[in-house]
Design a protein around this ligand. Structure first.
Ligand code: 0WD
Ligand code: CA
Length: 394
């Protein structure tokens, strides 16, 4: 049972008269071959400061530290500095990508090459969270999602579309839900330190607590990779590194919390969750996922470390099993479908993509009212910041 997200009056008719443009894959039929996924290679890192300013430093980088036993994940809940929910704008990633291209160009010129510099042909620029949603869609049975898509010079840009209602919903989260999402951030504080050499307790009455949670602060990594023939530029948050930071992704660690597993039903549920954990980390080349299991009361019970690339083998043949090849195959069909769809029309067009679980994907072009809604009265062309647009379109 699923509902299509509210269809605002501003969207025009679906492109096709069929129920969807790209149908959900058949899960029982594994693809005969699946597209290659290239190992992500890191291009650059950046940090968001407590004032949510983006800087090209590693000031927000944290180092892994073992959490104390029985840690209370509800600790300092009342001191949580909570970043308000906002539209998933691409601005930070566009700044980073622009800088990467600038550096590439400088390098090219310094090498005194006779050929003139050409920007690499990139198929997609997206936050990692959006790509995770796309790749895991074949197994998603409950939550639909929407994207805004634009193309400039052959590159597609993805932005998650959150309707005003959905944003309000996320901001007014139920207290119980909000506390649960806090447990995840508190776990991060217990598992990290800003000093690579020592476990430094902050001045607090909780052992191992490295400082109060401020969700403005994030350390992000930007990587390039390839799915099939499509080059992707992906940016995402990285929780911490194990040991010293070498400048690469080899010792990146993703931190997660989950309810302790008490029976077969819980186990199958956890195995389904591992699909999202897997692709989220896989997409940025994060090799380790460190999971803290907790009681319903928010107290940590045990921890377990997973090697990202081993996860598919772990779930094979189990009740909550999934096949990553189905996801990669779907992902590559999804990108080809979009490329074919958005190439018609003008660069100013904004496409709205809707994914409905167990049905598939529909694409429509937004009309003027729809585009104005995406621009939200800001200095943008569609959802792209005007400075980025001017750089590319002139
Ligand atoms: O793509 C989106 N849905 C959004 C992304 C909506 C609004 C903002 N962003 C921002 C993120 O905050 C970040 O700056 O995009 C950037 C990249 O994020 P990502 O790495 O692509 O996001 P994702 O993989 O979905 O989440 C990574 C972590 C989460 O960790 P867990 O372990 O829960 O997956 O980013 C954090 C969270 O810790 N996070 C957020 N924190 C505060 N507010 C939010 C948020 N809206 N979204 C993700
Ligand atoms: Ca995390």
């Amino acid at each position: 049972d699923f509902d299509l997200p509210e269809n605002p009056a501003s969207t025009v008719k679906p492109r096709l008269e069929t129920p969807c443009d790209l149908a959900y894959p058949i899960l029982s039929r594994p693809p005969r071959s699946s597209p290659a996924f290239q190992r992500p290679s890191q291009l650059l890192t950046f940090s968001y400061t407590p004032s949510r300013t983006l800087e090209f430093t590693d000031s927000a980088l944290r180092y892994f530290a073992s959490p104390p036993r029985n840690a209370d994940l509800g600790y300092a809940y009342d001191r949580w500095i909570r970043r308000p929910e906002e539209r998933g704008r691409l601005d930070g990633l566009l700044h980073a990508w622009t800088r990467v291209k600038r550096d590439m160009k400088r390098e090219h010129e310094a090498a005194a090459s006779k050929t003139s510099w050409k920007a690499p042909d990139v198929g997609v620029v997206s936050w990692r969270g959006v790509m995770t949603k796309i790749l895991t869609a074949p197994y998603e049975e409950r939550d639909g999602w929407e994207l805004n898509v634009m193309t400039l010079g052959g590159t597609m840009y993805f932005e998650e579309h959150l309707s005003e209602d959905r944003l309000r919903e996320k901001n007014d989260m139920e207290p119980r839900h909000r506390l649960q999402s806090y447990y995840g951030y508190a776990f991060e504080s217990y598992c990290t330190s800003s000093d690579p050499n020592q476990r430094q307790d902050s001045e607090s009455d909780a052992t191992g607590w490295s400082g109060d949670v401020d969700t403005n602060v994030q350390w992000c990594s930007v990587a390039k990779t390839k799915l099939g023939d499509t080059r992707l530029i992906i940016g995402g948050e990285v929780d911490c590194v194990r040991g010293k930071y070498s400048g690469g992704t080899d010792n990146f660690v993703e931190l997660k919390t989950s309810l302790a597993i008490r029976g077969a039903h819980d186990e199958a549920k956890f195995e389904k969750k591992l699909l999202k954990f897997y692709f989220q980390s896989f997409l940025l080349g994060v090799p380790e996922i460190f999971v803290g299991f907790r009681k319903p009361s928010g107290h940590l019970t045990t921890t377990q470390s997973f090697q990202t690339i081993q996860i598919p083998r772990l779930v094979r043949g189990k009740p909550g099993a999934w096949d990553p090849l189905i996801c990669l195959d779907w992902g590559s069909k999804f990108l080809s479908f979009l490329q074919d769809t958005v190439k018609s029309g003008s660069q100013r067009d904004v496409w709205r993509l809707k994914f409905v679980p167990k049905v598939g994907v529909t694409a429509v072009v937004l009309d003027e009212i729809g585009v104005r809604d995406v621009e939200a009265g800001e200095d943008r062309v569609g959802f792209l910041p005007r400075w980025y647009w001017d750089d590319h379109v002139g």
